[in-house]
Design a protein around this ligand. Structure first.
Ligand code: HAM
Length: 455
């Protein structure tokens, strides 16, 4: 027998009711980012491979081993985007956005693809919500972007997200540091793992975020990046910190934070969430002042971040999740001689009033209809019998309170409106009642893929 098709390893279907939660997260991003003047950009999922080789960098894991790259029918090398900053930079140059009012503030939502080993919180198709600010080199923009990020997380109910912050300095500082680090590590070359030995040649700074305990021990005595910053780099970073203090954005200095993409200069940051295990970064970002010119565009600096939406949803505070998943739904049940046509008409009235309504057309018994209502998790059942129909009324059961009463058809709309207004107010209260990122439980979805066969 033919094998049953399954979703490709490392990809997954998002199903209801989870999709309602995803949609609510995305609506919140649109709302908050919009308030900071960001507008949406949608770039293609397919790009020329060359874009990521030049933009993200040849020595990175992403370009070296994680890209979905293939030749199209005419032999052009194309890649499913592993991230979107390079695409946004390409679009900036392609559409001459340097002539738009500066800075250009853009956000995006959508799937990204990396051929990584799937595990909890790590997928081959994952989703990012990102923002890029192009055209301003100053520390105020770094701070405003981080402020927006923190406000977004607060709107989802995360209490006090802490930004892990570092600076890589400008190119001159980084080059000076690279030399010092290589000089320090070279005598220990033989004790390093293969990955780190390779990085010693290609990208020594990445060795700093090694997870190998012996390497971490060795690095404790390594020269510090902070000691190799030139005056301009140090001043920029000090200014960013001053502005963050003033805006009351909580951050922690993280000397070892170097990020895995080559385009970063100066400010870099991440946000991690407890309860996510090894894949605990929910946001990564930083400044990339040379990316646009490296892609052949004008000298335009940029800074941005991308949030891993899959991981974000996994640790979402329960209040937001509940408010998002809750639908105010009604089930119309015709009783006795009342037929589907009348049920359909009533359901339509309820929809006009703002409820999500379905009708039971099957003519099953009242008991069976109520059991179905319970399974569907509806809030209200509207019973429509001959008597109700003749009187222009419905029997209105609120399954949440257990209350049952006869209402005129016109009064039903008012009852729904009152309940919806209550739900909206409750939802807003939920936003304020924040739980820390670490307190929320993990969704089950992330675990599933870890068990499948290797590669
Ligand atoms: P990144 O750190 O590679 O940065 O990715 C950002 C976030 O995407 C990560 O913190 C993580 O939450 C999520 N993510 C990455 N890989 C996976 C995966 N395999 N499965 C699930 N989630 C994942 C960037 O992509 C940069 N473009 C960010 C940026 C924007 N920098 C400047 N502007």
């Amino acid at each position: 027998m033919a094998k049953t098709p399954r979703s490709v390893k490392g990809t997954r279907d998002l199903l209801p009711p989870d999709t309602a939660v995803w949609a609510a997260v995305e609506a919140t991003a649109r709302e908050v980012f919009g308030r900071y003047g960001y507008r949406e950009i949608r770039t293609p999922i397919l790009e020329e491979t060359e874009l990521f080789v030049r933009g993200v960098g040849e020595s990175t894991d992403i370009v070296g081993k994680e890209m979905y790259t293939f030749d199209d029918r005419k032999g052009r090398s194309l890649t499913l985007r592993p991230e979107s900053t390079a695409s946004v930079a390409r679009a900036f140059v392609e559409h001459g956005m340097a002539s738009w009012p500066s800075p250009v503030k853009l956000f995006y939502l959508g799937p990204q693809f990396r051929y990584e080993r799937p595990q909890a919180g790590r997928y081959r198709q994952f989703h990012q919500i990102g923002a890029e600010l192009l055209g301003d080199p100053g520390p105020w923009s770094d701070a405003e972007l981080l402020l927006m990020l923190v406000r977004f997380l607060a709107a989802l109910g995360f209490a006090e997200p802490v930004v892990l912050l570092n600076t890589l300095g400008d190119e001159a500082s980084r080059e000076a540091y690279r030399k010092a680090l290589v000089a320090f590590l070279a005598p220990h070359r033989e004790t390093l793992r293969e990955d780190s030995r390779r990085r010693l040649e290609t990208n020594p700074l990445r060795i700093l975020d090694t997870k190998v305990p012996e390497e971490r021990e060795l690095l404790a005595g390594a020269p510090r990046l902070a000691d190799h910053l030139n005056a301009a780099s140090r001043e920029h970073f000090d200014a960013v910190r001053r502005v963050l203090d003033r805006a009351e954005v909580a951050y922690r200095l993280e000397e070892r934070l170097v990020r895995g993409l080559d385009y970063y200069t100066r400010t870099v940051f991440e946000i991690t969430a407890a309860g996510l295990g090894a894949q605990d970064a929910i946001v990564g970002g930083g400044r990339y002042d040379r990316l646009i010119s490296d892609l052949g565009g004008p000298e335009v600096p940029g800074i941005g971040f991308a949030i891993g939406e899959d991981r974000l949803v996994d640790v979402l505070p329960e209040a937001f999740r509940r408010a998002a998943a809750e639908r105010t739904r009604a089930l119309v049940v015709p009783v006795g001689e009342v037929g589907p046509a009348e049920a359909l008409a009533l359901a339509e009235e309820l929809r006009t009033a703002g409820a999500a309504a379905t009708s039971d057309f099957t003519g099953r018994s009242l008991g069976a209809a109520l059991r179905r209502a319970d399974k569907l998790g509806v809030r209200w059942v509207a019973l429509l019998g001959d008597e109700e129909l003749a009187a222009g009324e419905v029997t209105w059961k609120d399954l949440e309170t257990g209350e049952q009463r006869r209402l005129g058809r016109g009064e039903v709309a008012a009852a729904i409106a009152a309940a919806l207004a209550g739900a909206a107010a409750g939802g807003r209260e939920g936003d304020e009642a924040a739980g820390g990122a670490g307190e929320a439980g993990r969704g089950p979805a992330g675990e599933e893929h870890g068990g499948r066969e290797e590669r």
